[in-house]
Design a binder for this molecule. Sequence first.
Ligand code: AOF
Ligand code: ZN
Length: 378
Amino acid sequence: AVSVAPSDARAADDARWMAAAEALARRGLGRTAPNPPVGAILVSREGRVVTRGWTQPGGRPHAERIALDAAGAAARGATLYVTLEPCSHFGRTPPCADAVIEAGVARVVAAIVDPDPRVSGQGLERLRAAGIEVALGAGEAGARRLAAGHISRVTRGRPHVTLKLAVSADGKIAGEGGRPVAITGEASRAQVHMMRAESDAILVGVGTVLADDPELTCRLPGMADRSPIRVVLDGALRTPSAAKIVATARDMPTWIVCGEQASSDAEARLASAGVDILRVRRIGDRLDLAEALLMFASRGITRLMVEGGAAVAKSLLAADLVDEAIVLTGPSTLGASAIPSPDLGVLTDRSRFSASADCKLGGDVWRAYDRLGPSRTQ
Ligand code: AOF
Ligand code: ZN
């Protein structure tokens, strides 16, 4: 047998438990805004799970609170694994750090510091001051991904932006005149709906509404309640009242972003159907997307998915506002008269984005691009 140094064994245990806490946190993706989705596991000295918790829909109770409440006296002497530093501020509930101390937890392993200025290290400080052993950094990369929306919102004042693009084998994204055509298959469709569920809001341009009349909901079985807020960029308020997103605006939140000069009659028409109208500045003949993103964050959006069309994708890439891009390439060709994809050259610039390996999904190929380095601050 190979002998393993005790510290290595402990690091391996920490990584394993943190991965489990991450899986719990994932359940909250797209449903905890404006709070981050956090996962927590209490593990006994004997190495058994005492209880688990994850941030509840709407953002409260916090993950640790759920695990601690369920554990009661069994939390004494246990180790808490948590994907984000326990909070130290008095929000709508008392600080999680205090609850951890009161419960008699012996050790806390946190993946990352909470960048929220009300916390930012003070949660860990409080735990240390109370004599709890604190370890930071296990599972950091995964935790950072899970909290990307929260980190973006509190440090940059805008949501984390994921651009999704479906491109045909010959580089087109829609049929002639913008006509909707199937580019990717069923497996991709399910994955895209999962991405919708894990987003707080989904954004399209008015061109996509006019061409496709999409619902922009999550239609995976049993996940209807996971639909994100639907947002349309529509400078002159051309969205018809008969559009599906307008007709269902009373049941599912729908926002339309328009220019300062858009007609107030059109605003009244859409507002009376239950649509929220947000006005932003224009830069030339385009809406100021940076301002729109700030507005979304101030309304609590942490994770924004962008689903089309070409003009929106192009503007966001040009304004350097894309944090992550998912490019799905379908197997068929659409021909010369179809609408070409915007230039994705910036994504393949290795100084700006890192590309994942290609991944087969049904007949399609998926590739993810992650922005590198310090992201743009507003
Ligand atoms: C935790 N555990 O599960 C989450 C945390 O408005 P409040 O009082 O709910 O506080 C929100 C802040 O708490 C949020 O900005 C983030 O810093 C942190 N989220 N903290 O200890 C959790 N979701
Ligand atoms: Zn908390």
